[in-house]
Design a protein around this ligand. Structure first.
Ligand code: ASC
Length: 128
């Protein structure tokens, strides 16, 4: 799937970066830093749902070294790591469903659930 380990590392970083951009645009609305725009929230959530399955495909063997903050536990407890990735995609799918309703309260609740899955993986599996 990837020619070289560094290609996989670049790919997963790029996908997280794009996810953060779209998640952040919803976050700004949820946190009152940007006016609520239901259409924009739905567009950002749909993109996020499409992107969520991507980074997890790029943590294969040999991609633990190089320009990465990935902790070795990703590979030593890979079932737990994969479960975290699955949970993240599920919460992002819930956020997408909530965003389609256009109801800010539902979006806020689902955003919180999704943000928690980002944070727990960062706490467990990302250096610094
Ligand atoms: C974001 C972002 C993350 C998560 C995380 C949630 O907007 O870029 O990595 O939310 O901070 O706790």
């Amino acid at each position: 799937q990837f020619q070289k380990p560094e290609d996989a590392i670049k790919y997963r970083k790029a996908s997280f970066t794009v996810m953060a951009a779209h998640f952040g645009r919803i976050g700004a609305m949820v946190n009152g830093k940007a006016p609520f725009d239901a259409k924009a929230a739905a567009e950002n959530a749909a993109l996020l749902a499409a992107l969520a399955p991507l980074p997890g495909t790029a943590f294969g063997p040999g991609t633990d070294k190089g320009e990465t903050r990935a902790k070795p536990e990703i590979w030593t407890e890979s079932d737990k790591f994969k479960a975290g990735m699955t949970k993240m995609t599920e919460e992002v799918n819930k956020l997408n469903a909530a965003a389609k309703t256009g109801d800010l309260a539902q979006i806020k609740a689902a955003f919180g659930g999704a943000a928690q899955t980002c944070k727990s993986c960062h706490d467990n599996y990302r250096k610094d």
